[in-house]
Design a binder for this molecule. Sequence first.
Ligand code: NAD
Length: 481
Amino acid sequence: METILNYINGRLTAPCNGLHLKVYNPALGKVYAEAPDSDEEDMQIAIDAAKKAFPIWSTMAIEKRHDYLMVIAKKITENLEDLALAESIDNGKPLALAKAVDIPRASSNFSFFANAITQFSSESHEMNGQAINYTLRKPLGVVGCISPWNLPLYLFTWKIAPALAAGNTVVAKPSEVTPMTAFLLSKICIEAGLPAGVLNIVHGQGDKTAAVLSTHPNIKAISFTGSTLVGGKIAAKAAPLFKKISLEMGGKNPNIIFADCDYEKMLATTVRSSFSNQGQICLCGSRILVEKSIYEKFKRDFVKRTKGLKVGNPLHEDTNVGAIVSKPHYEKIKRYIDLAQQEGGTILCGGNAVQPDGFEDGWYVEPTIIEGLNMNCRTNQEEIFGPVVTLMPFESDEEALDLANESTYGLATTIWTQNINRAHLLASKVEAGIIWVNTWLIRDLRTPFGGMKNSGVGREGGLEALRFFTEPKNICIDYSK
Ligand code: NAD
C-alpha cells in the first residue's frame, strides 16, 4: 500500500501527529493507499516555510520563474501516462478522459501561466500637464489554494500555477478524497528543483487543515474550488480578516435546446455534457430544457444514446462512465434518485446502482434521465453532482429564460440554436458566468472563468487570475511646474 506524504519546505514528510486517512480506489471500493491526516501543526510549518521562501521567489527574475514553471509543465507531460493512470485509480474516472483532459490540462495550466506572467503589464493614467499615475502589481505573499476531487490535478494546478507565476508562495490543500496526483506533483516539483518552501502541499481533512488558511494572519488570499457550503464557511472566517478570496463553487447548469439547433451536434454534445466524468464536472448541464416541438423526439433519441453508454472498468478504453468517486457520494446520488421519484419524477433511463463484472464492490451508478418535475423541486434546485439529469419542455424564449434563471446557482449555461439574435439576447440575460452557444466545454485559458449567485465570487483564468494574485498600488508623480 502506497503512503502519500506532505510536501513541505522542499521535502516529503509524514504528518507530525503520525495519523493517516484511507484512500480508496472507487472502481474496486477498496483502500489502496494512505494519506497524511495533517493538522494545524503541519499547516504552521508549511506557512512558515512559504513565508521564508517569499522574498526569494517574489524578487526572482520573471524569466527564471517562467523557467521553473515550464520545467514542471514539461515533466507533467513526460509523466502523462503514469499521472493519468494514478488519476483514474484515485478518482474512478475513465483513463481515456484523464489522458485526454485532466493531465494535458494540468501541464498547460503551468505553461500558460509561465508565459502569461512574461506578458503581464499594468496601466498608467496621465493627468494632462499635471501628473502621471502608474500601477504597480505586487505579489501578495503567502496564499492558500484549496481544491476538490472531481478534476484533481487539473483544478489543483489551475490555482497553484497563477499564484506562483505572480510571485506568491503557496500552501495548497488538495482534496483528501483524491490526494494521489498532488503527491506525484510534489515529486515533480522536487525533480524540477523548485526552491524549498515556494510550494507546500499539505494533505488532510478540510476542517483540520485547509480551515487554518481562513484565519491565519500570514495567509493573504485564498483561492477555493469546491462546494457552496464550504465556500460559505471560508468566506465567513476570512472576510472579517480582510483576506482576498476567490470562490468557485457548485452549479446546477441549464442546457437550453431550441428546435432550430444543429440536432446531431446538440444530441452528441448533450450526452457528453450530462455524463462526462460521471456527471461530476461543475460545468455539466443537469437541467435540460427542450423546446416543446422537439421534446418527444429529443427524449427518445437522448434516452437511446444514453442507454448505449458503457459503465464499467475505468481502465478500459471503451468505458464511457466510470465509478463514482466515493461511497458517501455514491450514497448521496442514490438518495437524490429516490427523492426525484418521491417528488413525482419518472425515470426514463438508468436510476440504479450497477455492479460491473469483476467490480462488484465498486461504486457505480447508471446514467439517469428523469422527467416530470417542476423547476422548484429539490431535485432541480440542489446540486447532485452525479450522472443524473432532468428534462423539461418549454414553449417560448421567455419561458426558457425564466426556467434557466430559476436557480440559486449561476455557473454555466449551454444554448442550442441557429438563431443568432436569440443566442445573443439569451446569452446576455441568462444568469451565469460561462455561456456556451452550440458547444460545451471549449476552454480558452485567457477568458474569465467563474460563476454568479451561489456558484462563485471572483473569476479565475488569464489576467483575472494574475490580478487576483497581485496587489495593485497606484503611484502618482506630480510633474507640474
Ligand atoms: P468540498 O467543498 O467538500 O471540498 C473542497 C475542498 O475544500 C477539499 O480540499 C476539502 O478538504 C476542503 N475543505 C473542507 N472543509 C473545509 C473548511 N472548513 N475550510 C477550508 N477548506 C475545507 O467539495 P468537493 O466535494 O471536494 O467537490 C465537489 C464540489 O466542488 C461541487 O459542489 C462542485 O460543483 C464544486 N466544483 C466547482 C467548480 C467550479 O469551478 N465552480 C469546479 C469543480 C468543482
